[in-house]
Write a protein that binds this ligand. Structure first.
Ligand SMILES: [Zn+2]
Length: 597
């Protein structure tokens, strides 16, 4: 049986009844699973110990998960919620929409009855409830297969989930508690969203609010192999459906034993996406009794820096528009790899007609008028940057007339790259070979701006041709997408330079450094490499005499002027350079711009 907590305030928490002191610029929420509630919060002594241990997080809120095994104990959850409120914390509920053994069958009346009963129970306790991302279904029973009929799983399941989640979760909860706010949380495996029933566009409209998962976890060993920068893109992309409904970013430390840098890297994606709340799944996993809790001490040390950076971000976030219609699938996490290569991404669900340049991938094909709209961009003098895979899908359109290809097909491997600077070629050797789909082009139009070179020929990596009034760029991704970040710096610099007109500058240096732009004068750089790197912000022309500063460590930055020999257009450029240790973040501020405090 639970016991009431005494009236003594916990360290890092408010006095009873007063709001939690929190952080000036960030809000954290701790999620406790039902098993963790049983283990860590059921009596006053263990609750005190748990919340003291997690006190440095200065959480403003907790999410308390109701059991998925059997019936919810409503009086017990009410009492627990009251005890947290007495500590000055806001309290919301959580439910995991599963049945014992796994995901729900939305054609099984017993499963649906259970879902409804749980929804009615949580609505008696809480004003706000978040659904853990088990709303999906993978069921292939007789009824589900028959229900799908000639449709696809994606079309069938998205429609089914939309209907059933309203009928058995949202409506029953509202009946019990008319003012309740129901939050849907989306998992990071976007490529399987529709196939398993998630429909970010329509479900966001149907639910009262939404949260987006980061959950990139460990880079090398995690099943999903999601680049860290994708965590940032998911926040921006899905919240774009209705920014007012975005409650926050959800991240976890599941299986992250010994991966403190990768854990903190997830938090940075939430901070830089300016998440309204950072939901930590889970309190019990961060608590010292949790199996993956060794990431907690470093996270705790970093908390003041997260808040400082959040307070310094100044101006609207900006990046290169990347056309990712909702519900689209394409090259796996290509937006994350481009971001890890130092191209700031602004994911947009609507066709970007106005920007100087924009990125298109197979995802963009969800728009049936894609080719016409991209052609209109070129006609209007705007550039088009597309993946080679997308280009291959456009052979029925005007785009096939833009490049002259020689016998496409096959792959090539080499460790030598050629970049073009004016009429001069520079050859760079990498420390290992890379494999690319083989692109050979005719002599004219001369398109191979970056090429992978063998002794017999050179093959396209970045192609660019003028067409109508704009430029078409085609990027040939390495066969293993991760290799993009490991290309030699001169090759990456040329790829990034395609966006110099759009951004007013581009990054130079090795890959694995994310760039996040705010306003017209702020450049946040985050080194996600295990090595120290030196990078530069490269500006066309002169950037002025006034000092450039790095705000977080209060450093002055050197500006190096260059004549134009290194450029095909002969124009001079300036570099603002800095060195970043592994997983170090920096905020570069241009002269004349006042950093926010
Ligand atoms: Zn079924």
């Amino acid at each position: 049986m639970m016991m009431l907590l005494g009236s003594v305030a916990l360290s890092g928490q408010a006095k009873p009844g007063e709001p939690s002191p929190g952080w000036p610029h960030l809000k954290y929420a701790l999620y406790f699973t039902s098993a963790e509630i049983e283990k860590l919060l059921t009596d006053s002594a263990s609750m005190r110990e748990t919340m003291e241990y997690l006190g440095p997080v200065r959480a403003a809120k907790v999410y308390l998960e109701c059991t998925s095994m059997g019936d919810v104990n409503v009086p017990q959850m009410k009492e627990l919620a009251a005890r947290f409120r007495a500590l000055g914390l806001r309290v919301s509920g959580a439910m995991v929409p599963t049945v014992p053994g796994g995901p729900i069958c939305y054609n099984n009346p017993d499963h649906l009855a259970l879902l409804e009963r749980r929804s009615r129970a949580v609505a008696q306790v809480f004003d706000e409830v978040i659904l853990d991302d088990w709303l999906f279904t993978t069921c292939t029973c007789e009824k589900c297969v028959a229900g799908r009929g000639k449709s696809t799983w994606a079309d069938y399941r998205t429609k089914l989930l939309l209907e059933k989640s309203k009928e058995y979760i949202i409506d029953p909860a509202r009946e019990v508690h008319p003012g309740i706010r129901m939050i849907i949380k989306y998992p990071n495996w976007y490529e399987g969203h529709r196939e398993n029933g998630y429909d970010v566009l329509n479900e966001t409209h149907q639910f009262d609010a939404m949260a987006a998962g980061i959950e990139t976890r460990t880079r090398a060993t995690h099943d999903q192999h999601i680049p860290i920068y994708s965590g940032y893109v998911f926040q921006k992309w899905w919240s774009g459906v209705d920014p007012a409904k975005w409650v926050g970013s959800w991240l976890d430390n599941y299986t992250m034993q010994g991966q403190e840098d990768d854990y903190v890297a997830q938090v940075w994606q939430a901070v830089l996406a300016q998440a309204p709340e950072i939901i930590l799944w889970s309190g019990g996993h961060l608590h010292h009794t949790g199996p993956f809790s060794d990431v907690y001490p470093h996270f705790r040390e970093m908390l003041p820096e997260f808040d400082r950076v959040a307070g310094m971000l100044n101006g609207s976030p900006r990046g290169v528009p990347m056309y990712l219609p909702y519900g689209s699938e394409g090259e796996y996490n290509i937006f994350g790899y481009l971001g890890m290569a130092g191209i700031p991404i602004d994911p947009v669900g609507r066709f970007p007609a106005e920007s100087r340049n924009a990125i298109f991938t197979r995802h963009s094909l969800r728009d049936p008028d894609l080719a016409d709209k991209m052609l209109a961009r070129l006609r209007a003098g705007h550039d088009v940057f597309m993946s080679w895979e997308l280009f291959g899908k456009l052979h029925e359109t005007e785009f096939r007339n833009m490049l002259n290809l020689i016998e496409p097909g096959g792959s090539v491997s080499s460790s030598q790259f050629r970049t073009r600077t004016g009429w001069n070629d520079t050859v760079t050797k990498s420390d290992r070979p890379f494999v690319f789909p083989r692109i050979a082009t005719t002599t004219w139009p001369y398109a191979r701006e970056v090429a992978v070179v063998r002794e017999d020929n050179d093959f396209g990596v970045l192609l660019s041709v003028k067409y109508l009034n704009g430029t078409l760029y085609v990027l040939n991704m390495p066969e293993n997408s991760y290799d993009l970040l490991r290309l030699p710096a001169p090759a990456l610099n040329m790829i990034r330079r395609a966006f110099s007109g759009e951004l007013g500058m581009h990054l130079t240096g090795p890959g694995g450094v994310g760039m996040y732009l705010f306003g017209t004068g702020q450049y946040v750089l985050y080194n996600m490499n295990d090595e120290t790197v030196t990078v530069s912000l490269r500006f066309d022309g002169k950037v002025g005499e006034s000092p450039w500063r790095e705000l977080l460590h209060d450093r002055m930055l050197a500006v190096t002027g260059h004549q134009g020999q290194e450029r095909s257009d002969g124009a001079a450029y300036d570099d603002v350079s800095l060195t970043l240790r592994p997983f170090e973040i920096a905020i570069v501020q241009s002269p004349g711009m006042r950093g926010a405090r």
